[in-house]
Design a protein around this ligand. Sequence first.
Ligand code: ADP
Length: 515
Amino acid sequence: MNLDLVYFLLADDLDENLLSLEALLRREGLVLLKARSGPEALELLLKHDVALALLDVHMPGMDGFELAELMRGIERTKQVPIIFLTAGSADWQRRFRGYEAGAVDFIQKPIESDILRSKVSVFFELYRQRQQLAHQYEQLKSATTALREADRRKDEFLATLAHELRNPLATIRNGLEILRMNPHSAETEDVRGMMNRQLKHLVRLIDDLLDVSRVSQGKIDLRKELITLQSALDSAVEASHPLIEARKHTLLLEVPKETLWLNADITRIAQIVSNLLNNAAKYTPDSGTIKLSVTCEGEEAVIAVKDNGMGIPQDMLPKVFELFTQVDNNLERSQGGLGIGLALVRQLVEMHGGSINAKSAGLNQGSTFSVRLPLTHGIQEEETMQAAQAPATETQSLRVLVVDDNIASAKTTGWMLVMIGHEPRLAHDGLEALATAREMKPDAILLDIGLPGMNGYNVCRELRKDPAFKNTIFIAQTGWGQERDKQEARDAGFDHHLIKPVDLERLTELLAKGV
Ligand code: ADP
């Protein structure tokens, strides 16, 4: 729709009348269509959206009234307002016929230019407003459709989310019941292992959810550094190993011997590859084959994850990277996912200046996902070798203050610390934390951020002022893992930042390094 132009029709058999009308009415944004007869006028009316028709009553062949009557019978023209231009009193007496035919006004010739101009201008403005309203209406309509679609997808997503969260929770609850009723049975280890896997799955779902929302709000910061692709692949394989093993797949690796360097965020590259490996494991029937290969093409590394699983139909290939897309929702394919993994993977790949594509010959023909990432020039191998061979430190028992207002969380963290050979004390709010810390002089403090009384940042700032805590390791543990939060923790004086639920291995490692 063109909002800028308004069309008026001028119908008069005399050229000079048309010309003088044109001269009189000319204004910006107005197109004057000129017709010398009734049929010519009709033709123009059918071609354009006319805002006003100025019709001479006297025209040979078809006069103005006849033209108006015809216009009333045609869908496209029946609403066009008409002003008749009349020459004499005879027309004036016939004006009722004109009104019946839909006239809105009569103007006597000779025309008084000011009167005509001001009347016509009302129609011009009215039409413009109508156009604007129609335009706004269209915009509203498409916004409503988009909102409805988003709402439908959100409902669908919430249903999937509830479903995906309930499954692992149900297993964990069953596991707890079994352990409660029969703590020493032969299955105890199996039950624990199963609960652990389900918990990891839950944590991964929540991490993905948070990531996807952060990426779409542009809130993810990459911590780019010079890394080797091989190291990222190692952590990806390590992370996906349990799932690949559980499904009895064979994993083949084809990675070049020479070191490939990337300027990238190692955690994110590992996340990308691990996501693809997990999908390959999920969407391949048990005992399948998954191949992870890397080739160099020019200045790019091409990482391919190929499986011999259920494949992807041709029409779905480009769509699998869209948020909340799952190839079909039937139970056979439903493998515990939210349809966000590949959307996240693509966003992370693109943030690294790379690209991703999916190939499959069709159902049950396997799939191949290829990620291209720009390579960069490396540093001397020796430096990294030295870094990698840093001497291992021996674990020593530390006095650790655990501060968390969630009693259960504090208690279980305390138990974990005892298990790994440390001596914990617990505190549940900011002020208690200050008092206990001053009294026990801990080697490390595991500090929650959201605390009653005084938040974790301020507790850390306060204790950092005291030289007695110069060598204390301050570890923030929070549910907030954005770069901003980590920075805030560093600014407050923390040495480390852990996201809840705290990973025991990571905690062990930090406390071991700290002495
Ligand atoms: P999720 O796995 O959580 O459903 P993803 O975004 O990771 O979400 O994947 C989207 C969809 O793409 C999956 O639901 C699945 O249908 C399809 N898909 C992904 N990887 C594969 C694969 N290797 N083989 C077959 N289908 C796949």
